[in-house]
Design a protein around this ligand. Structure first.
Ligand code: GDP
Length: 301
């Protein structure tokens, strides 16, 4: 079964890793959000792409879910000592990724080509693709004005109240050709348990018509996020955060929805077939188990 997974960073990467433990590598393509990308210290940084790559390569820091395992912080500490910006934590190994990516981008290479080469270097057998090679920048409209995504997310710790989102460049952005091909040959598309507002919506806007059976997994469990601001965003936008809110978010697109056992009651109000299972991925076994449950669910649809 050929699967395309749509992913943001941490939540997306965990399920993608679970799928990678089960599916033959040629059957899994992961299309990753690039709306979080930005330039910092002169470097092109693609946080979601790196999180997915590091996770599939077994290089991710298991404690944070982002960044590299066994990381050191000499460069950022020295930048800080010189009075430079230190709010975006970049480890030494991670900086090598950004330096080399930036060098190649300046030569005119595309983000998807660079990602392909990095995946080969990291011995990742699955296909990981940025959603687009054109710049798309998520902007968060807040009660303190519009903020670039990383400014809101990392620098301001998601404190300003969210009013809206805007994806700068999305109208002009083309999907990567590899991603279009993968969607054409896919048997099903899985929306990973990523933030619907800022991780998944940009991807769905780039690929307006995905004519394949699509299922989503709730990133909200018991009204809360496992990590990150998705529940806070729902609440600030006047929507009660819940798995039901996520299902409504994707309504009209889905053939099935996966929610946690603690939210079982909500499945009665959903408009598509549901799978109720344990959706919390604390370790590698959980990731593979949830991925297997999701694949079985897709086969049953
Ligand atoms: P980010 O760009 O790093 O914030 O990455 P994502 O958008 O992919 O992931 C954030 C979302 O993943 C949050 O809404 C979390 O609630 C969700 N998430 C993280 N871990 C898990 C998990 O183990 N299970 C589920 N169901 N959701 C998770």
């Amino acid at each position: 079964m050929k699967i395309v997974a749509l992913a943001g960073g941490v939540g997306g990467a965990k399920l993608a890793h679970g799928l990678a433990q089960i599916l033959p590598p040629e059957d899994l393509t992961i299309i990753v959000n690039t709306g979080d990308d930005f330039e910092h210290l002169g470097l092109y940084i693609s946080p979601d792409l790196d999180t997915v790559c590091y996770t599939l390569a077994g290089l991710a820091n298991p404690e944070t879910g982002w960044g590299r395992v066994g990381e050191t912080w000499n460069t950022i500490s020295n930048i800080e000592k010189l009075g430079g910006p230190n709010w975006f934590r970049l480890g030494d190994q991670d900086i090598a990724t950004h330096l080399e990516r930036t060098r190649r981008m300046k030569e005119g290479q595309s983000l998807s080509q660079i990602t392909k080469d990095f995946c080969t270097a990291w011995e990742i057998k699955q296909t990981i693709l940025p959603m687009s090679d054109s710049p798309v920048r998520t902007m968060v409209d807040t009660d303190e004005g519009e903020l670039a995504f990383q400014e809101y997310f990392v620098h301001r710790h998601c404190e300003p109240r969210v009013k809206n989102f805007r994806f700068e460049g999305i109208e002009a952005a083309q999907p990567t050709s590899g991603a279009l091909d993968a969607l054409l040959s896919a048997d099903a598309v899985i929306i990973c348990p990523s933030n619907p507002w800022v991780s998944v919506d940009p991807i769905l806007k780039i690929f307006p018509e995905i004519k394949k059976p699509m299922i989503a997994i709730s990133p909200i469990i018991g009204g809360k996020t496992v990590k990150g601001p998705a529940a806070k965003m729902y609440a600030e936008l006047g929507i009660e955060p819940s798995a039901l809110a996520v299902e409504k978010h994707y309504r009209g697109l889905l053939s099935g929805f996966v929610l946690d056992t603690i939210d079982e009651e909500l499945s009665k109000q959903m408009s598509v077939k549901t799978l109720v299972t344990n959706t919390l991925m604390n370790d590698y076994t959980d990731r593979a188990r949830l991925a297997q449950d999701v694949l079985n669910f897709i086969r049953s649809l």
